[in-house]
Design a protein around this ligand. Structure first.
Ligand code: ATP
Ligand code: MG
Ligand code: MG
Ligand code: MG
Length: 439
């Protein structure tokens, strides 16, 4: 992409309404525009990152054997009357009437609808196990929408639902989700720690939230610092292997890590003092096992091998896709702007032309731009007629992992400058070497 032809409405001033750094940088970098409290347009740069995050979520869900579909944003109220949640959900639910006066709602989550799909089409244990998921906009009329996309009213969520014959199988699905989530967050350059949590209005017995530690997080968390040393890394996972998924789950959840809702001071005090930590965290996901809470009242039954009809065991599993942009920026920035992890960056590399209009510099930039694209990379070429300082400030703000700076003085010695956004280290090298180094 050439910046002269892109739409990147960068703000010079700090927007007064932004209280935390991720919100400030997302507005300044022209990634989002607020349309109403907690409702945003995703401008091209923000949309690009959102799509990359979504793509990682899809890849890891499909790797775990989960199947994508798409349910609507609007749902009939009657479905929610079957589970009893239409009255329970309260003011967070946006209720709408259509022209026939039929009661509808903008879905805050989809347990009822997926259970309805299941009961319409599945009747035998032979069709299990089954896990279906989608990535779809949700609406929750939050009391205090704030911090930009972090607590929106309209927000993008991945929500997945498992259907299993037995509790044991459903707990395998739970573990599979836990492992796939760990991998998902790590690919985004994030450490999200599974913490024992409270199930809230979804209901159920087993639940973990995934928290990214950050001073601006809305949750209070307590943990043994040894949990921050564990990584999934590149280990091979066989998602059908119950024992392996269980072992990974235990490895990541046996040390103390809880949100304030389930915090137990006596257990916490038993941790050696130097490892006892309390901090703030951002909830970027949550997994639940809730057994037959929805299948029983809604009649989602299957026939067992012995011919009995039993309600299926279910769980639901969510990732805050749009909130993740905020969480990643909170975890990865400096005083000049965002520092995107390579896995989610909107462009792989920026090219800064220090002397736009100079034939030699222009053609060197064009050659680098073409070579990067030929390598399958997505470069952003700043070909505007702007001061070098302004170009550098924009590149620092939007946080691409690499910058290649091209000017007539360097080119005289066949040199360009390659700069890492994360370390700030610059190295001079030939244009070909710079292209080769960028990944
Ligand atoms: P919170 O405690 O922050 O209100 P939640 O526990 O109500 O979140 P869940 O029902 O667990 O949310 O939904 C799954 C995920 O969706 C959450 O872990 C979070 O990452 C994301 N999410 C929830 N509410 C919002 C929101 N208002 N804006 C953006 N993302 C959200
Ligand atoms: Mg909530
Ligand atoms: Mg929560
Ligand atoms: Mg939650």
């Amino acid at each position: 992409m050439r910046l002269s032809r892109y739409f990147l409405p960068v703000l010079k001033e700090n927007p007064a309404e932004a209280q935390i750094v991720s919100h400030r940088y997302m507005l300044r970098a022209g990634m989002i525009k607020q349309q109403a409290a907690g409702i945003y347009s995703w401008l091209p740069l923000g949309f690009k990152v959102l799509r990359r995050i979504e793509q990682i979520v899809h890849e890891e869900q499909i790797r775990a054997g989960h199947i994508p579909l798409l349910m609507p944003t609007l749902q009939p109220a009657d479905l929610w009357r079957e589970s009893g949640r239409y009255d329970d959900y309260g003011q967070e639910m946006l209720r709408i009437k259509d022209r026939q006066e039929r009661e509808m709602l903008y879905g805050p989550t989809n347990e009822e609808m997926i259970t309805d799909i299941f009961r319409s089409h599945v009747g035998s244990y032979k069709d299990l196990p089954l896990t279906l998921y989608h990535i779809q906009w949700k609406f929750r009329d939050e009391m205090r929408p704030r911090f930009g996309v972090m607590r929106g009213r309209e927000f993008l969520m991945k929500d997945g639902y498992n259907f299993d014959l037995t509790k044991e199988d459903a707990l395998h699905a739970y573990n599979r989700h836990l492992v796939s989530y760990l991998r998902t967050y790590e690919r985004m350059g994030l450490q999200a720690i599974p913490m024992r949590a409270d199930s809230g209005p979804i209901g159920g017995d087993d639940t973990h939230e995934f928290l990214v530690l950050a001073a601006t997080g809305e949750s209070e968390v307590f943990y043994d610092s040894a949990v921050t040393d564990i990584r999934l890394g590149k280990r091979e996972i066989d998602y059908d292997d119950k024992a392996q998924c269980q072992a990974v789950m235990e490895e990541f959840t046996s040390l103390y890590a809880r949100t304030d809702e389930t915090h137990d001071a006596a257990l916490f005090d038993a941790i050696p003092e130097e490892r006892r930590k309390s901090a703030r965290g951002i909830e970027v996901g949550q997994i639940f096992y809730f057994g037959t809470k929805y299948s029983e009242p809604m009649g989602a039954n299957v026939v067992t091998p012995d011919g009995a009809r039993v309600p299926v065991h279910m769980g639901s599993h969510g990732i805050g896709v749009s909130r993740l942009l905020g969480a990643i920026i909170e975890a990865s920035h400096d005083d000049k702007g965002i520092i995107w992890p390579e896995g989610v960056t909107p462009f792989h590399v920026g090219i800064v032309n220090l002397k736009q209009g100079d034939a030699g510099t222009d053609s060197a930039c064009e050659a680098i731009y073409g070579a990067l694209k030929a390598k399958g990379l997505d470069p952003l070429y700043d070909d505007r007629d702007e001061r070098a300082g302004a170009k550098f400030a924009t590149m620092d703000l939007i946080g691409l992992p690499w910058r290649i700076t091209v000017g007539p003085r360097g080119l005289a010695a066949n040199k360009v400058e390659l700069t890492s956004r994360r370390t700030g280290v610059s190295e001079e090298m030939s244009p070909e070497a710079a292209v080769a180094r960028v990944v």
